[in-house]
Design a protein around this ligand. Structure first.
Ligand code: HSE
Length: 429
C-alpha cells in the first residue's frame, strides 16, 4: 500500500480526497496499486464539507502529516509561499515525495525546492499547478520530449478569460463582468492575482522552464492585466477580425526567449480565440510535431483533483518499482530571456483625436518617424466635444519605438487623454 498525507482540505484537497476514495478500486485495477489517504491536515476542521472521515485521520497540525513515518507521499494543497515552502522542504528532507498544485511557490522558489529534492533523491509532482485538469505538464515533459519547443501560447487564467468573454459577448464593462464573476464564485473577493496577470505569469514561468530548459524568474516576465480593457477596444477588435484574450506567450527567436502575459488580440481564425468562459488552453508548437492544442477546465475541485491524482499514481508506481526519474527538471541552460521592447509585432492603437483636416497625417507622420507602418485605419463613431476615436493597425513594430511614438503623439494638442495600444499575436498558425 502507498500511503498519502494531504495538507489542505480546500477545493482541490476535497477533489483529490474524493477521487482517491471513489476510484481506489479502479486505480488498483489499472495499476495494481492500493493508494490510501491516511492523514489530512487543515486549520479548519469545523467546516462541513459533506464528507465522512475515519476517526483519527484529520488533524490541525501539518507536521503530524509531514513527520508521520508511514506516509510515502505528501500532497501540499494550501497554496501561497509560506508555510507551504517550509512544509515541502521538510517533507523532502524526510525523504518523502511531494505533490503540489502551488504555482506561486514553484514560480518563486523553483531552484530552492528542486535543489533540495535532487539532494534527497526525491521528486516533486506539479501537474495541477498549470491549467488545472489539463495534463499539459506531462505533455510537455514527456509527450513532447523529442521536440524543440519554440512557441507556447496560453490562456492560463479562467477568471480573466471569463471576464473578457462576458465583455465580448455582452458588451459590458470590465467592472460589471468582474462583479458577475465574483457573484458566480469564479473570481475571488480580492481578484488582483487573477486580473492583473500574476497567476497566469506564475503558470507561464513553470511552462517556460520545462519547454525551453531555461532558468526564469517572475521579474523576467512582462506582465499586464485586463482591468484597463474597455468595451470600445473589444468592439474594434471584432471589426478587425480579432478577439482580446489575456495571452501568456513564450517564444524563442535566435536563442532568446521572450516571455509575457498581457491582454492581446488574436485572429478569430486561431483556435485559441474560441477558448471562452472559465476554460483554459495551451497551444504548443514543437519542431517535430507542429502545433498541439490542450484544452479543458483550468480550475475546480474535480479537474484539479484529477491532476493531483495523476501525479500521486505516477509517483506511487515509481516508488513501488524503486524507479525515480533520472533527472529533476532543474533548468540550467544559459539561454537568455529577452527583455521587453525588442520584439517586433503588429499593434492596435486607439487615439482620441480632434476631427479636423490634417490630424491623421500628423499622426501617421510621427509613426513613420519611428519606422512604424500602418496597415489599416478606422475613424468612426460619434463626436464627443469635437473628438473621435481613430483606430490603427500597424505592421510589425518594435515595442520601444511604438511607445516613443505614442508618447509623442499623446503630447500633441489635437489628442485627448492617453492613447491605448494592444499587441496583436498572430499565434504561429
Ligand atoms: N484562479 C485561477 C484561475 C485558477 O482563475 O484560472 C487557479 O489557478
Amino acid at each position: 500500500m502507498i500511503s498519502i498525507g494531504i495538507i489542505g482540505l480546500g477545493t482541490v484537497g476535497i477533489g483529490t480526497y474524493k477521487i482517491l476514495k471513489e476510484y481506489n478500486s479502479l486505480i488498483k485495477q489499472r495499476t495494481g496499486l492500493d493508494i490510501k489517504v491516511v492523514k489530512i491536515a487543515d486549520i479548519d476542521l469545523e467546516r462541513n464539507r459533506g464528507l465522512s472521515f475515519k476517526r483519527g485521520i484529520l488533524t490541525k497540525d501539518a507536521y503530524e502529516v509531514i513527520d508521520n513515518p508511514n506516509i510515502d507521499i505528501i500532497v501540499e494543497l494550501i497554496g501561497g509561499i509560506q508555510p507551504a515552502y517550509d512544509y515541502i522542504v521538510r517533507a523532502i528532507r524526510k525523504k518523502k515525495w511531494v505533490v503540489t498544485a502551488n504555482k506561486a511557490l514553484l514560480a518563486e522558489k523553483w531552484d530552492e525546492v528542486f535543489k533540495v529534492a535532487e539532494r534527497e533523491h526525491c521528486e516533486i509532482g506539479f501537474e495541477a499547478s498549470v491549467c488545472g485538469g489539463i495534463p499539459v505538464i506531462r505533455a510537455i515533459r514527456d509527450g513532447l520530449i523529442g521536440n524543440k519547443i519554440h512557441y507556447i501560447l496560453g490562456i492560463l487564467n479562467g477568471t480573466s478569460n471569463y471576464i473578457l468573454t462576458k465583455m465580448t459577448e455582452e458588451d459590458v464593462s470590465f467592472n460589471k463582468a468582474l462583479s458577475e464573476a465574483q457573484r458566480l464564485g469564479f473570481a475571488e473577493q480580492d481578484p488582483t492575482l487573477d486580473i492583473e496577470g500574476i497567476d497566469a505569469a506564475h503558470k507561464l514561468c513553470i511552462l517556460t522552464r520545462l519547454a525551453f530548459n531555461c532558468s526564469i524568474h517572475m521579474k523576467d516576465i512582462i506582465t499586464g492585466g485586463i482591468s484597463k480593457i474597455e468595451p470600445i477596444d473589444i468592439g474594434f477588435a471584432k471589426e478587425f477580425g480579432y478577439r482580446i484574450k489575456l495571452l501568456a506567450v513564450a517564444k524563442e527567436e535566435k536563442g532568446m526567449v521572450e516571455v509575457r502575459v498581457e491582454p492581446a488580440m488574436i485572429p478569430v481564425a486561431h483556435p485559441m480565440s474560441t477558448v471562452n468562459g472559465v476554460y483554459n488552453a495551451t497551444y504548443v508548437v514543437g519542431d517535430k510535431i507542429g502545433p498541439n492544442l490542450y484544452y479543458g477546465m483550468g480550475a475546480g475541485s474535480d479537474p484539479t483533483g484529477s491532476a493531483v491524482v495523476s501525479d500521486i499514481v505516477d509517483m506511487a508506481s515509481r516508488i513501488t518499482m524503486k524507479n525515480p526519474r533520472t533527472k529533476v527538471p532543474l533548468s540550467t541552460s544559459e539561454k537568455r530571456i529577452r527583455g521587453g521592447g525588442e520584439s517586433s509585432v503588429p499593434y492596435y492603437i486607439r487615439f482620441t483625436a480632434q476631427d479636423r483636416p490634417g490630424v491623421l497625417s500628423k499622426i501617421s507622420g510621427i509613426l513613420a518617424k519611428y519606422n512604424i507602418s500602418i496597415s489599416s485605419v478606422i475613424q468612426k463613431g460619434r463626436k464627443e466635444n469635437g473628438h473621435v476615436p481613430i483606430v490603427m493597425l500597424t505592421h510589425g513594430a518594435i515595442e520601444k519605438n511604438l511607445k516613443k511614438a505614442k508618447t509623442e503623439i499623446d503630447r500633441s494638442p489635437f489628442i485627448k487623454g492617453e492613447s491605448v495600444h494592444i499587441r496583436i499575436e498572430e499565434g504561429n498558425l
